[in-house]
Design a protein around this ligand. Structure first.
Ligand code: ZN
Ligand code: ZN
Length: 343
């Protein structure tokens, strides 16, 4: 079968190759991938700025149909539409983080798409506990956005204490920021979304998705817009989804005293920030890294209740052989989510 493979360490070294089709063991589930989304992590693996273990098939945001189950599997059956929690592919299961559900912080963890083979291909085999059945009426292409959406569910509903009546700021209207916006809008939280000049299309999209106000920070001072929207008080919560120093600064400035700051994006390098806002306004600053399995359970309930749909974030679907086009569209911010399908 064809697969997008990181075939050696270092910058680049990624291409479509022929690989062995995986065999479904007694305790495994074999899935035919329908769609797999391109994520920032895949681009980091391409450029070798995210740890990877070649040779490895890229891709971890996917959905598909079960085609075979091992003899001991009863949870799912061939034909089921499913999505997969790829991040738990390898964990130690013993450390304090694994035992408390925060497997993502396990030092022995290896996720699909960089640590073990991922889903930019036709078939994957996984453990049954990684498999989540997609509720009826939810499309496979939407479900391919489960993995990034789960990170938004943790950031918004589990880590950031914000509810209707509050005002939130999302800084950075990329896929993560917009997924967070979907949840905040569904919860009825008044939300301001900030971006820069290159984000105009994304900001317009955010407005249509329910943002109370969108701000291009190169045209208007974020703090002025925040004061207007909050009667001068500042926002109750800020989610930093851009990973840029200006965005971090904007969030710290926009928060009211006792407000809550959540770091959702990775900056990737050291940055200078006005840290005194934290003490002078007695802010709570927290990070949100991925999700737990419980977050995925909650996400499936959100899908089943039908209040959040994800299809509008998909800009384009391309065959695997056109992966370079897809990666470029993401890097140049010309697309939100790009899905690849096997061929
Ligand atoms: Zn991802
Ligand atoms: Zn562990």
């Amino acid at each position: 079968m064809k697969a997008l493979v990181k075939y050696a360490s270092g910058q680049g070294n990624v291409d479509v190759r022929d690989v062995e089709e995986p065999v479904c063991a007694e305790n495994q589930v074999k899935i035919e991938v329908a769609f797999c989304g391109i994520c920032g992590t895949d681009i980091h693996v391409l450029h070798d700025t995210f740890r990877n273990y070649p040779p490895v098939i890229l891709g971890h945001e996917f959905a598909g149909r079960v085609v075979e189950v091992g003899r001991s599997i009863t949870r799912v059956a061939p034909g089921d539409a499913v999505t997969v929690l790829g991040a738990t592919a390898v964990t130690c299961g013993q450390c304090a983080y694994c035992r408390s559900g925060y497997f993502i912080l396990c030092s022995n963890r290896r996720g699909m798409g960089h640590g073990v083979n991922g889903a930019f291909t036709r078939y994957v085999v996984v453990r049954p506990d990684q498999v989540y059945r997609i509720p009826a009426g939810f499309a496979l292409e939407e479900a391919a956005l489960s993995e990034p959406f789960a990170a938004a569910v943790q950031a918004v509903t589990e880590v950031t204490n914000v509810r209707i009546g509050a005002t939130a700021l999302i800084s950075g209207p990329g896929p993560m920021g917009l997924l967070c916006l979907k949840l905040l809008a569904a919860e009825g939280v008044k939300t301001i979304v900030a971006g820069t000049a290159g984000d105009d299309t994304r900001l317009e999209f955010a407005r249509r998705m329910g943002a109370a106000r969108v701000v291009n920070i190169q045209e208007q001072k974020l703090i002025d817009a925040v004061r207007e929207e909050t009667g001068g008080k500042g926002v109750d919560a800020a989610l930093e989804c851009a990973g840029h120093p200006d965005s971090v600064r904007g969030c710290l400035e926009a928060l009211r005293p006792m407000g809550r700051y959540t770091q959702v994006a990775i900056c990737g390098h050291e940055i200078t920030v006005p840290i005194d806002h934290i003490i002078l306004k007695q802010l709570t600053v927290v990070g949100s890294m991925c999700y737990t399995a419980q977050t995925w359970d909650r996400m499936m309930e959100i899908f089943a209740q039908g209040k959040v749909r994800l299809g509008d974030l998909i800009s384009v679907k391309l065959p695997l052989s056109e992966w370079r086009t897809g990666f470029d569209l993401c890097v140049k911010k010309e697309a939100l989510k790009v899905l690849l399908y096997p061929e």
